[in-house]
Ligand binder design. Structure first.
Ligand code: ADP
Ligand code: MG
Length: 265
């Protein structure tokens, strides 16, 4: 299943915040949307999942227009949105938070078992099933928010700033989980201010400024583009760490994603 946006504009009230956005996410691909605070990342995420309706343009899901469908129907078709700020219920236990994502799922999908597999690989949630989400660290809360999204057996997971406020070690774990999901066949749209870490895990990237896509390309190319480095690689946890920390983070990512040791310490 591929996602395609064609000339999408959207906004709040009468003013457009997104202008003429065209973007594709192919099956099994991580596309990162990078941009500063206020650039329009969350607005785009909400427009794709159906929390907002475009003012103009089209959103196609495997060639079929979905931009007029409500969120619940888009979720049924495989588009799940893990919102910015996690939006968990702090007083509720892990399994209760997870259950909130369960009611509209289609267990017949190939991705249906991915949550169980993720819980085995990233056991922190399974270990704390009976604990309330409010006692969790930011990283654990983000894992839980993603796990809740996985209850819907999604084909496309939209992740809005999953690394926000996390330490480099936890960013590495979350991004390892994202790579794992991609390797299981999910498509991922990853909105991030932490451009360096996002481009390190993504296949392709798009840069959004003032509601417009101003640059797009393979993640490895964007990572080395001088204007991206100047504008965006100074932002975020990894970029503010020394190069030794970045190297260690990359090593942890490799161990997590390609090694067989689960999440390295
Ligand atoms: N609920 C809202 N009502 C009106 N304007 C909003 C609302 N949410 C966001 N905006 C505006 O839309 C623009 C894009 O915001 P947003 O999509 O949240 O950016 P990002 O996620 O990249 O930080 C900003 O100018 C922001 O002020
Ligand atoms: Mg946002």
């Amino acid at each position: 299943m591929s996602l395609e946006l064609r000339n999408v504009s959207a906004g709040y009230g009468t003013g457009a915040v997104l202008h003429d956005i065209s973007l594709r996410v192919a099956p099994g691909e991580i596309v990162t949307l990078i941009g500063a605070n206020g650039a329009g990342k969350s607005t785009l995420a909400k427009t794709i999942s159906g929390l907002m309706t475009p003012m103009s343009g089209e959103i196609l899901w495997d060639g079929v227009p979905i931009h007029a469908l409500p969120t619940a129907l888009r979720l049924q078709r495989g588009i799940a949105h893990v919102p910015e700020g996690r939006q968990l219920f702090a007083g509720m236990r892990v399994e209760e938070n997870l259950a909130l994502g369960a009611s509209i799922c289609d267990q017949g999908r190939p991705g249906a078992g991915v949550l169980e597999e993720a819980l085995r690989l990233f056991p922190v949630l399974a270990e704390r099933m009976a604990d309330t989400a409010g006692n969790f660290s930011g990283g654990q809360q983000q894992m839980l928010a993603i796990a809740r999204g996985l209850r819907a057996s999604p084909r496309l997971l939209i992740l809005d700033e999953p690394s926000l406020g996390l330490s480099p070690k936890l960013v590495a774990e979350i991004f390892a989980l994202i790579r794992f999901l991609r390797d299981r066949g999910l498509s991922i749209l990853l909105a991030e201010q932490n451009a360096r870490a996002a481009l390190a895990v993504a296949d392709r990237g798009a840069v959004i400024e003032n509601g417009r896509i101003v640059m797009e390309g393979p993640a490895a190319v964007l990572l080395h583009a001088p204007d991206i480095a100047e504008r965006y690689l100074g932002v975020g946890v990894a970029a503010t760490a020394d190069s030794g920390e970045v190297t260690r983070m990359a090593a942890r990512l490799r161990a997590c994603v390609w090694g067989d040791a689960g999440v390295a310490g």
